[in-house]
Design a protein around this ligand. Structure first.
Ligand SMILES: [Zn+2]
Length: 399
């Protein structure tokens, strides 16, 4: 479990996880699977089912889940990384590894906007995006997949600029509105160019987050037409309810709820999405690091908040942090099915929770205790140093 875990070990790997008490699939269509065993070969899920029906021979690692709960690794749809484990926003180090201890195995950059001296000229914007993509591809803190290289659009960019960045490996657009482009027509044109070259986009919704950023209202959000409505609950200042409703009803894009946002507005958006029978659009982020800090348990806290106060069954609330995000962001993780990345969190109800099992404890507003994280079929952490202690924990029983 070195700090900068290798992308893949030498030679083939076969991970067998057995004796799983409950498998949450990440897929809202079928959130609970009838299975107790998962096999992953070379970092990809290859079999899911009952132990008696599955070939588990030849394992290089065997995990006994000890009757605990397995979900896909959690995805944070909204982070602001800068350089490895360092964040200049709060001058902390080690924040990504801390998130891993909160069950987050994949993060998506909404822009490397906290970079001291961030360039705003177009050559500089492109260079920084390519640099960030390369740097986080080369180095995965704790094994976490940090999808970085998310340029923030500036006036004067041309279609050729998006083509050039995409061909260099940039596949994300950071929050529209954090640069000089804050108007609908320009944003719409550039977002469409980005999409044409395969880049997935997001926008800063709501009031300014820190001095220097600005207001983005419902009209601009709808006109820009990004793939994700970034922090529709504000970051932290939310739009009025009427504008949130306009956005939810006016498009089919992802509705991102963040920990660094307005909690009441998050619950309002959740209720609208449920009324519209479109809970599959709800995805989660932290928007960390930010002015309100670094929250290693931010995604788990959102799951618990939305499940308890928003009255969503916990098995569906976990889909907001896994399968929904994977679909909206076109990732190969987030759902327990063959062919997907073998990224898992194994957890149990926290010790002394009033809930009788994990799902009930989350619905009562408690956080789960994380017992193990696995990325690409490799065990990355065991009992979390950050969550409340899990009642039962999995163990590695063989190699
Ligand atoms: Zn923002």
């Amino acid at each position: 479990m070195s700090h900068n875990a290798p992308q893949a070990p030498a030679g083939p790997t076969r991970l067998v996880i057995r004796n799983i008490g409950l498998i949450l699939s990440g897929d809202m269509e079928k959130p609970i699977l009838d299975a107790d065993t998962i096999v992953a070969d070379n970092g990809k899920i290859t079999a899911i089912g009952r132990a008696k029906d599955i070939d588990t021979e030849g394992a290089t690692t065997i995990v006994d889940a000890n009757g605990t709960v397995l979900t896909p690794g959690l995805i944070d749809s909204h982070v602001h990384p800068v350089a490895g484990e360092w964040t200049p926003r709060q001058n902390q180090i080690g924040w990504i590894d801390s998130f891993l201890h909160g069950g987050v195995t994949t993060m998506i950059s909404a822009g490397e906007v906290h970079m001291p001296g961030r360039p705003k000229d177009i050559v500089g914007v492109k260079a920084m995006a390519i640099f960030a993509q390369r740097a986080f591809d080369n180095l995965r803190p704790g094994g976490v997949k940090v999808h970085a290289g998310a340029p923030v659009i500036e006036h004067g960019m041309t279609e050729e600029d998006f083509k050039e960045m995409a061909s260099a490996g940039v596949r994300w657009l950071g929050e529209v509105g954090l640069g000089s482009v804050k108007d609908g027509p320009t944003a719409r044109k550039m977002v469409a160019w980005a999409r044409k070259y395969g880049m997935n986009s997001t926008i800063h919704t709501g009031g300014p987050s820190i001095p220097g950023s600005g207001l983005i209202d419902a009209d601009v959000v709808l006109e820009a037409d990004t793939d994700i409505v970034g922090h529709i609950n504000g970051g932290h200042t939310a739009l009025p309810d009427g504008q949130i409703r306009c956005i939810c009803e006016g498009c089919k894009r992802g509705l991102e709820l963040v920990h660094n946002g307005n909690e009441r507005a998050a619950l309002y958006t959740l209720r609208l999405a449920r009324e519209m029978k479109e809970l599959n659009r709800v995805i989660l982020g932290t928007d960390a690091p930010a002015g309100s800090g670094v929250q290693p348990l931010g995604i788990l806290r959102m799951v618990s908040l939305l499940s308890s106060l928003g009255e969503v069954p916990a098995e569906l609330a976990f889909c907001f942090a896994t399968g929904n995000t994977a679909r909206m962001r076109a990732l190969d993780c987030g759902i327990i099915e063959p062919g997907r990345a073998a990224d898992f969190v194994i957890m149990d109800k926290a010790q002394h929770s009033a809930g009788k099992n994990l799902l009930e404890s989350v619905q009562l507003g408690d956080l789960p205790g994380v017992g193990m994280t696995i990325i690409d079929g490799i065990v990355r952490t065991q009992r979390s140093r950050n969550t409340p202690p899990a009642t039962k924990v999995p163990e590695i029983v063989g190699h």
